[in-house]
Write a protein that binds this ligand. Structure first.
Ligand SMILES: Cc1cc2nc3c(=O)[nH]c(=O)nc-3n(C[C@H](O)[C@H](O)[C@H](O)COP(=O)(O)OP(=O)(O)OC[C@H]3O[C@@H](n4cnc5c(N)ncnc54)[C@H](O)[C@@H]3O)c2cc1C
Ligand code: FES
Ligand code: FES
Length: 1334
C-alpha cells in the first residue's frame, strides 16, 4: 500500500513505537514531549539547561553514508522534537520494566545501592546504556566519561560506579550463585576474606545485546530510498525550517539572516529558555551533508562545522595516533580540551561551528583554534570565502567578524610544523562539565635547531568579553631566545596587557589574572622540556618544577565499605542489620517510580507560576495584571487579597507573609502567581505582570552590614562555661581569628513540586506534594484558606531529595497553590523551574565566625570566645533554631574549660535561609576546627596533636551540662588513624612536598560529635498505622517521608522483624496526613529512631493479637493465621505511637538535655593541590563512624558517603553569588557547581565502628543522615595543610585566612606563588564588584 503520509511529517520512534507528527511546536523539547504527550515520565526534568543529565535519553540514527547505526546519549531538555526526524529515541522505560523484565543496567545501579532518592537514576541508566550500546565492554575511564554530565545529589557516586564497573570485566563475586539471595532481599555477600559486602555481583543478570530494541528497519529503508525534503513546522511564536541542501540553507540564511542555525541547540536552547530570546524563524541544517564533510590534506584537516564535538574528538584522537608526533600538536591540544568540555551529552550534540560562532568568552576551543592558526570556510549568497581565526575574529561578547547571513561550512585545523609546540590550558570551578574560569591556547615556533622564537600566539578565554589575543606580550618574546629573562619580561607584559575591573562579569578578577600568568609559566615548562628533548637546550627542567606540568592523579581505586555481619543465630528471614536494597530502587531505575510531577493531569488542571520581587527593599505601589490576563490560556492572577484565611504563616520562631502584602524585602520574594491552562502560558503571563515599586533606601545584604546596622532577629543567644574573660589572663598565648563560610543551595534534583486538587464538596482538598513535612503543609493550607485541617489531606509518595529545603518553603508554596485552586475551583499544579527554586527557597546560612582563643604552650586550650553571625535573610524562618544549634555544638569534641559563644541571626534583604542537613552544625564546627588549626599553626605543631590533646576524655559534661561518654569517639579516632595509616602517610607527604614546588599534598583528620533528636522535645514523637489484609499482605504507614534516605526500607525491615514475615509482604504506599496525623518533620536524623519505634509498637500489638492463633496452629502459614484471625473477628489493624525523649534546653540557665545521644565519627582526607591554579584532587578519604548497630548498612553507608560528598561541596566548591543589589547570580548547574563524579575521592573507605550499641534508639542503631556532612571539611583542612606547605616556599608562616569554600581561586591566591603575588589586589573603590560576600 502506498504511503499516503505527508512527506513533511515528522517521523521518529520512541522505545520502538512509531510516532508521526504533522505539526510540532519548534519550542517543544523532547523532555516535555515524552513526559506530557507520551506519558513517559521516566525521563526527568531537573535543570532544563543541559547541566544535570536527569533528562538523558539515547538517540539512535542510521547513517546512509557509512551504513551504520549511531547511538549517543543526549539531554532531552535541549533536544527539539522537530530535530528528531528518522531518529529512534530510547528512554529508561524502553530498557526494561518491573512488570516484565528489567535491564542489566537498571538492575546493577539498583542492587549496588546507587539509587537513593532516584531522581537522577534514569538519567544515569541512560548514559550508561548509551555507552554500552557503543562499547559493550567499556573501561572504567569510559564509564567516568559517560557519566561526567550526570549529577547526583544523594549518593556520592561511589555505589553508582561500583554497580556499573561490573560491566568492565568478569565479576568475581566470592559467593556462589547458590547463595539464597543477595542485596535484593537483604542478604549480604562476603568477600574473599569473609568480610561482608554490600552486594553480590554474581547475582547480576548478564548484559544480553540480543535483548535490545532493534533499530526500526523502516527508518533505514526511508533513509536509503527516499529523497529527503524540506520540513517546516509552525509554532505559536516560531517557524522551524529544516533544509536538505547547502544551496537551500544558504538561501534561507540570506532570507532570514537573524535566524539562528540550530545544530546542538546547546546555546540557542538555553538562551531561549533562560534569557527569553525569541526567534521568529529557526533554521535546522542537520540534514545538510556538506556540514559534516571531513577532508584531509597534507597541510591539515577540514572538519565540517556541523560535526559534533564528540565526532571531532574521535577524529582528532585517530589522527594523533596516525600522524607523526610533530604534526599533531594542535590536534592533541584540542583533544585535551574536548575531554573536559561540557558533559558527554553536550559533546554528543554540540557542533564545532556552534562552539565557534557562539563566541563564548570562556570557550575551551576558540583560544586553541586561534593559536593553532585555524581557518574557517564561510559560505553565503555572495559565495565562499576563508577567514582566519586570529586576533581580529572575535569582536565582543557572543560576536565575531561573520555577517549574519554567513554559514560556517568547515574549519581547517592545520598540522603543526617541526619546532612548533601547542598547548591548551583550562581551569574551571569543577573539573568536568563546567565552563572554564580561564582557558588558554598557546603556540610557539622556533627557528629550526635553536631556541629563538620565530612566531608565538597566546590566546585566552575568560579574561574579557571574548577570546582575547595577547599581541603585546607575544611581541616581547618573538625574536628572542626562550629563556628565563625573556619569560620574566613576558609575565610583566602579560600582567599589563590583561587587566580586569572588579566589576568584570564572573568576578574573581585577581585569580583570573593569576591564572593567565600560571598558564604561561606552565607553557614555559612544557616548552623547556620539549627543547631539552630535542637537544636544543642542555639543562633539564628542575626536578621540583616538573610536577607543575603533570596532571593531578585521576585513577579511581577500589573502595572499602566495612560493616558488621548480623549475628549467626539471627533468623535468615529477619532483615534487620542486612544491606537490603532501597525498596524502590528498581522502580527508580526503570523510570516507573512516580514523583509528584509524574502524576497524570487532572481534568481541567491549571499550572501556576510565581511572580517574584525584582527589588531588595521596596514598597509595592501597584500590581498590574491586565496584560497577563489578556494572554491566551491565562485564567487568573493570585495576590495576597485572594487569600481567604491567614496571610501569614507561623512556625516556631517565624512569621512570614505567604504573598507580599505591601512591601518586598528581598529579590525573589513571592509577590503574586499566574495560573493558566499550560505551563508555557503561565510563564508568559508571569513575564508580563507589572509590579510598580518604590525603593526603600538602605537594604542590607552582608553580615558585616548587618553587624554595623545592628540588624538582627531576636532572640540573640549566649552560653558560657567557666569564666572566659578571666581565663584569658592565665594562658600562655592568645590568638584572634575569623572565618567566613558561604551558604549552600540544597540542589535537590527534584525541584519544589505540588498539585492541589479540590474535591468539589465540603471544602475538601487533596494535596500531592514533595515535602519532608506534610503535616506542616496541611496546617498551612488550612490556615491560609481558613478551613479546618480535616478538609486537607497531604500525600507524599516520595521526594526527589530534600536536605532540609522542603519543610517551610514547600508549605508556603503549597498554600499559594491551594489559594489558586480554591479561587478557580480547579486543580492547580506548581513545579518550580530550577532557577526560580534557587532564587525563592533560600539556602544554608552563610556564617561569619570570630574567635579569640587562649592556650598553653603545650597545646592545651584553656579559653575560647566565639561569635557567630549567620546571614538569615529577610525572614526568621528557622534561623533562631539554627543559631541555637550552632552554640550547642561549638565544643565539638573538645573539653575547653572556659568556653563562651554568642549567636546572632542577621536580618538582611536576601532570600530567607532555612534548614539544611546539619542545621548549623557544619558551620559551627568549621569555625571551631579552624580555631584549633590556627592554634596548631601558631605553636608549630600538627593539628591532630592539638585535636587529640583537647578532646573530652572519660565521663564528661558538655558546656550545657549534658553528660556523655566519649569512649567511642576515641575508638573512632584511633581506628581512623590506623586504617588511614595516618602517620606513615604524613611522613610521605612531607617528603613529596619537599621535592615538589608547585604541587603540594595535604592531610587532615577531623572528628565530630553530633547530637541526635529534636531539642524541641515535642517534636520527638511519631505514629504508625499497620493494616494486615486477609491475604496476609501488610500495608504500613508511618509519619516519615521517603526522600532517598531509605526510611521506608528501614521501616519495612522493622515491620518484617516484628511481624516475623518476609519484607516482601510489606508495602508502603505513601505518607499521608489522613493515615497518620500530626506528624513531625522527617529531619534531625531522627526519622528511623522515631518512626521505627512507632512501627515496632504497632506490629507488636498485631503480633500479640495473633499469638493465640499461632500457638494453636504453630505449623500454620502466615496467611492461614491471618484468615483465622479475621474469622475470629480480631482486628488486623493497629496504630503505634512513640513518645520520644523529653529533651529541652534552658537558655536562661544555659543548661539542658537537648539530645538523646551523640554520633561520633572521624575522617581523614588527603589531597593534592596544584598551587598554580588552585585545582585539587582528593586522593583518599577514610571515614570511621560510630552509628551503633546499623539497621541497614547499605543505606547507612550510602548516607555517610552522600553526606560527606555534600560536605565536600559545601567546604570546597559550592558558591552562591549575589550581585551588589541582592540578585542571585547562581540559578542553575551552569553557575552553581555541586560535586560531580570527578570530585569523588579517588579512594573512599567507610568503616562502621564495630561493637558499638545505643540504648536510646531502635535496635541499638543511631541516626546518620546529618552527622557526617561536616566530615567533608577534612578535605578543606587537607587543602589548607597543602597551602601551608606552599606558603612556606614563599617564606610565609603563621595562621592565615582561608574562607570556605576553598575554591580554586581562594586556594590559588592563598598558596601565594610568585604569580599569585604578582597580581595587585583590586581596588574595591574603583568600581562595584560583580558579586558581594554575603
Ligand atoms: C551544559 C553546558 C556545558 C557547556 N560546557 C562548555 C565547556 O565546558 N566549554 C565550552 O567551550 N563550551 C561549553 N558549552 C557550550 C557549548 O560547547 C556550545 O553551546 C556548543 O558548542 C554550541 O554548539 P551547538 O551546535 O549546540 O550550537 P547551537 O546552539 O545549535 O547554535 C549556536 C549558535 O551558533 C550558530 N551556528 C551554529 N552553527 C553554525 C554554522 N555552521 N554557521 C554559522 N553559525 C552557526 C547558530 O546560529 C547559533 O547562533 C556548554 C554548553 C552547555 C549547555
Ligand atoms: S534537565 Fe536536562 S540536563 Fe538537567
Ligand atoms: S539518588 Fe541521585 S539525586 Fe537522589
Amino acid at each position: 500500500m502506498a504511503d499516503k503520509r505527508n512527506p513533511e511529517t515528522l517521523l521518529f520512534y520512541v522505545n520502538g513505537k512509531k510516532i508521526l507528527e504533522e505539526n510540532v511546536d519548534p519550542e517543544t523539547m523532547l523532555v516535555f514531549y515524552l513526559r506530557e504527550k507520551l506519558k513517559l515520565t521516566g525521563t526527568k526534568h531537573s535543570c532544563g539547561g543541559g547541566g544535570c543529565g536527569a533528562c538523558t535519553v539515547m538517540v539512535s540514527r542510521y547513517q546512509p553514508r557509512t551504513k551504520t547505526i549511531m547511538h549517543f546519549s543526549a539531554n532531552a531538555c535541549l533536544l527539539p522534537v522537530c530535530q528528531l526526524h528518522l531518529a529512534a529515541v530510547t528512554t529508561a522505560e524502553g530498557l526494561g520494566s518491573c512488570r516484565t523484565r528489567i535491564h542489566a543496567v537498571q538492575e546493577r545501579i539498583a542492587k549496588a545501592h546507587g539509587s537513593q532518592c532516584g531522581f537522577c537514576t534514569p538519567g544515569m541508566v541512560m548514559s550508561m546504556y548509551a555507552l554500552l550500546r557503543t562499547r559493550p565492554q567499556p573501561t572504567l575511564d569510559d564509564i567516568i566519561e559517560a557519566l561526567g554530565g550526570n549529577l547526583c545529589r544523594c549518593t556520592g557516586y561511589r555505589p553508582i560506579i561500583d554497580g556499573f564497573r561490573t560491566f568492565c570485566r568478569a565479576s568475581d563475586c566470592c559467593q556462589a550463585n547458590s547463595m539464597e539471595g543477595c542485596s535484593a532481599n537483604g542478604q549480604s555477600a562476603n568477600d574473599k576474606n569473609g568480610a561482608p559486602e554490600l552486594f553480590c555481583k554474581d547475582d547480576f543478570r548478564p548484559l544480553d545485546p540480543t535483548q535490545e530494541l532493534i533499530f526500526p528497519p523502516e527508518l533505514i529503508l526511508i533513509a536509503e530510498s527516499q529523497r529527503p525534503i524540506t520540513q517546516t513546522f509552525q509554532g505559536e511564536q516560531t517557524t522551524w525550517v529544516s533544509p536538505v541542501s547547502l544551496e537551500e540553507l544558504v538561501q534561507l540564511k540570506g532570507r532570514y539572516p537573524e535566524a539562528p542555525l540550530v545544530l546542538g541547540n546547546t546555546n540557542v536552547g538555553p538562551s531561549m529558555k533562560f534569557k527569553g530570546s525569541r526567534h521568529p524563524v529557526i533554521i535546522c541544517p542537520t540534514r545538510v551533508s556538506e556540514l559534516y564533510d571531513i577532508t584531509h590534506t597534507p597541510q591539515g584537516v577540514w572538519v565540517g562545522a556541523g560535526c559534533t564535538l564528540s565526532a571531532v574528538k574521535a577524529l582528532l584522537e585517530k589522527l594523533v595516533l596516525e600522524l607523526p608526533l610533530d604534526q599533531v600538536e594542535t590536534f592533541s591540544a584540542l583533544v585535551q580540551q574536548l575531554g573536559h568540555l561540557g558533559g558527554w551529552q553536550i559533546r554528543n550534540v554540540a557542533s564545532l561551528g556552534g562552539n565557534i560562532v557562539s563566541a563564548y568568552p570562556n570557550s575551551d576551543l576558540n583560544p586553541v583554534l586561534c593559536a593553532g592558526r585555524c581557518v574557517l570556510r564561510i559560505i553565503s549568497q555572495g559565495g565562499e570565502r576563508e577567514i582566519p581565526m586570529n586576533e581580529n575574529f572575535f569582536t565582543g561578547f557572543g560576536k565575531t567578524l561573520l555577517n549574519p547571513e554567513d554559514v560556517v561550512l568547515s574549519v581547517f585545523i592545520p598540522v603543526s610544523e617541526k619546532g612548533e609546540f601547542v598547548r591548551a590550558f583550562r581551569q574551571a570551578p569543577r573539573k568536568e562539565n563546567a565552563l572554564a574560569t580561564v582557558t588558554a591556547g598557546m603556540r610557539v615556533r622556533f627557528r629550526p635547531g635553536t631556541c629563538m622564537v620565530e612566531d608565538l600566539s597566546i590566546f585566552y578565554g575568560g579574561v574579557g568579553p571574548c577570546t582575547v589575543a595577547t599581541t603585546k606580550t607575544c611581541q616581547h618574546i618573538i625574536g628572542r631566545p626562550w629563556n628565563e629573562e625573556t619569560l620574566n619580561d613576558a609575565y610583566t607584559a602579560l600582567l599589563q596587557e590583561i587587566s580586569l575591573p572588579p566589576s568584570a562579569p564572573g568576578g574573581k578578577v585577581e585569580f583570573r589574572r593569576a591564572l593567565t600568568l600560571s598558564f604561561l609559566f606552565k607553557f614555559n615548562l612544557h616548552v623547556l622540556q620539549k627543547l631539552r628533548e630535542m637537544g636544543i637546550i642542555l639543562e633539564d627542567v628542575q626536578g621540583e618544577m616538573v610536577s607543575a606540568i603533570q596532571g593531578l592523579p585521576e585513577q579511581l581505586q577500589p573502595c572499602v565499605q566495612e560493616f558488621q555481619e548480623v549475628p549467626q543465630d539471627q533468623p535468615s528471614l529477619d532483615p534487620v542489620g542486612r544491606p537490603l536494597m532501597h525498596r524502590s530502587a528498581i522502580n527508580q531505575a526503570t523510570g516507573e517510580a512516580v514523583y509528584c510531577d509524574d502524576m497524570a493531569k487532572v481534568q481541567g488542571e491549571l499550572f501556576m507560576v510565581i511572580v517574584t520581587s525584582t527589588r531588595a527593599r521596596a514598597n509595592i505601589i501597584k500590581i498590574d495584571d491586565s496584560e497577563a490576563l489578556k494572554l491566551p490560556g491565562v485564567v487568573d492572577v493570585i495576590t495576597t487579597r485572594d487569600i481567604p484565611g491567614k496571610k501569614f504563616l507561623s512556625f516556631p520562631g517565624m512569621e512570614e507573609e505567604v504573598l507580599a502584602v505591601s512591601e518586598v524585602t528581598c529579590v525573589g520574594q513571592m509577590v503574586c502567581a499566574v495560573v493558566a491552562d499550560t505551563k508555557e502560558h503561565a510563564k508568559q503571563g508571569a513575564a508580563v505582570v507589572k509590579v510598580d515599586y518604590e525603593d526603600i533606601p538602605g537594604p542590607v545584604f552582608t553580615i558585616e552590614e548587618a553587624i554595623e546596622k545592628h540588624s538582627f532577629f531576636e532572640p540573640q543567644r549566649m552560653i558560657e562555661r567557666g569564666n572566659v574573660t578571666e581565663a584569658f589572663e592565665k594562658t600562655d598565648q592568645v590568638f584572634e581569628g575569623e572565618i567566613h563560610l558561604g551558604g549552600q543551595e540544597h540542589f535537590y534534583m527534584e525541584t519544589q513540586s505540588m498539585i492541589v486538587v479540590p474535591s468539589g464538596e465540603e471544602k475538601e482538598l487533596k494535596v500531592y506534594l514533595s515535602s519532608q513535612h506534610p503535616t506542616y503543609a496541611q496546617e498551612s493550607i488550612a490556615e491560609t484558606l481558613g478551613i479546618p485541617s480535616n478538609r486537607v489531606s497531604c500525600h507524599v509518595k516520595r521526594v526527589g531529595g530534600a536536605f532540609g529545603g522542603k519543610v517551610t518553603k514547600t508549605a508556603m508554596m503549597a498554600s499559594i497553590t491551594a489559594v489558586a485552586a480554591w479561587k478557580t475551583g480547579r486543580a492547580v499544579r506548581c513545579v518550580l523551574e530550577r532557577g526560580d527554586d534557587m532564587l525563592i527557597t533560600g539556602a544554608r546560612h552563610p556564617v561569619l565566625g570570630k574567635y579569640k582563643v587562649g592556650f598553653m604552650n603545650d597545646g592545651k586550650i584553656i579559653a575560647a570566645d566565639l561569635q557567630y553571625y549567620s546571614n538569615a535573610g529577610h525572614t526568621a524562618d528557622e534561623s533562631i533554631l539554627v543559631i541555637e544549634k550552632i552554640l550547642l555544638h561549638m565544643d565539638n569534641v573538645y573539653n575547653i574549660p572556659n568556653l563562651r559563644g554568642w549567636g546572632m541571626a542577621c536580618k538582611t534583604n536576601l532570600p530567607s535561609n532555612t534548614a539544611f542537613r546539619g542545621f548549623g552544625v557544619p558551620q559551627t564546627l568549621l569555625v571551631v576546627e579552624n580555631m584549633v588549626n590556627d592554634v596548631a599553626i601558631k605553636l608549630g605543631r600538627t593539628a591532630e596533636e592539638i585535636r587529640e590533646k583537647n578532646m573530652y576524655k572519660g565521663q564528661s559534661l558538655t558546656h550545657y551540662k549534658m553528660e556523655f561518654d566519649p569512649q567511642n569517639l576515641h575508638r573512632c579516632w584511633d581506628e581512623c588513624l590506623e586504617k588511614a595509616t595516618y602517620h606513615s602517610r604524613r611522613a610521605a607527604i612531607t617528603k613529596f612536598n619537599e621535592g615538589s614546588r608547585y604541587k603540594k599534598k595535604g592531610l587532615a583528620i577531623i572528628p565530630i560529635k553530633y547530637g541526635i533528636a529534636f531539642t524541641e522535645g515535642f517534636l520527638n514523637q511519631a505514629a504508625a498505622l499497620v493494616h494486615i489484609y486477609k491475604d496476609g499482605s501488610v500495608l504500613l504507614s508511618h509519619g516519615g517521608t521517603e526522600m532517598g534516605q531509605g526510611l521506608h526500607t528501614k521501616m519495612q525491615q522493622v515491620a518484617s522483624r516484628e511481624l516475623r514475615i518476609p519484607a516482601s509482604l510489606i508495602h508502603i504506599s505513601e505518607t499521608s496526613t489522613n493515615t497518620v496525623p500530626n506528624t513531625c518533620p522527617s529531619a534531625a536524623s531522627f526519622g528511623t529512631d522515631a518512626n521505627g519505634m512507632a512501627v515496632k509498637e504497632a506490629c507488636q500489638k498485631l503480633r500479640r493479637r495473633l499469638e493465640p492463633i499461632i500457638k494453636e496452629n504453630p505449623k500454620g502459614t502466615w496467611s492461614s493465621w491471618i484468615m483465622k484471625a479475621f474469622l475470629q473477628k480480631i482486628s488486623l489493624s493497629a496504630t503505634g505511637f512513640y513518645r520520644g525523649h523529653d529533651l529541652y534546653m534552658n537558655w536562661e540557665k544555659q543548661e539542658g538535655q537537648p539530645y538523646a545521644y551523640f554520633v561520633y565519627g572521624v575522617c581523614c582526607s588527603e589531597v593534592e593541590v596544584d598551587c598554580l591554579t588552585g585545582d585539587y584532587r582528593t586522593l583518599r578519604t577514610d571515614i570511621v563512624v560510630d552509628m551503633g548497630k546499623s539497621i541497614n548498612p547499605s543505606i547507612d553507608i550510602g548516607q555517610i558517603e552522600g553526606a560527606f560528598t555534600q560536605g565536600l561541596g559545601l567546604f570546597t566548591m559550592e558558591e552562591l553569588k549575589f550581585s551588589p543589589s541582592g540578585v542571585l547570580h547562581t540559578r542553575g548547574p551552569s553557575q552553581y557547581k555541586i560535586p560531580a563524579l570527578c570530585d569523588m575521592p579517588l579512594q573512599l573507605n567507610v568503616h562502621l565502628l564495630a561493637g558499638s550499641g545505643n540504648a536510646h534508639a531502635i535496635y541499638s542503631s543511631k541516626g546518620i543522615g546529618e552527622p557526617v556532612l561536616f566530615l567533608g571539611s577534612s578535605v578543606f583542612f587537607a587543602i589548607k595543610d597543602a597551602v601551608v606547605a606552599s606558603r612556606q616556599e614563599a617564606g610565609l608562616s603563621g595562621p592565615f585566612r582561608l574562607d570556605s569554600p576553598a575554591t580554586p581561586d581562594r586556594t590559588c591566591l592563598a598558596c601565594a606563588t610568585r604569580f599569585a603575588q604578582m597580581v595587585p589586589a583590586s581596588d574595591p573603590e574603583s568600581s562595584q564588584p560583580w558579586a558581594i560576600h554575603v
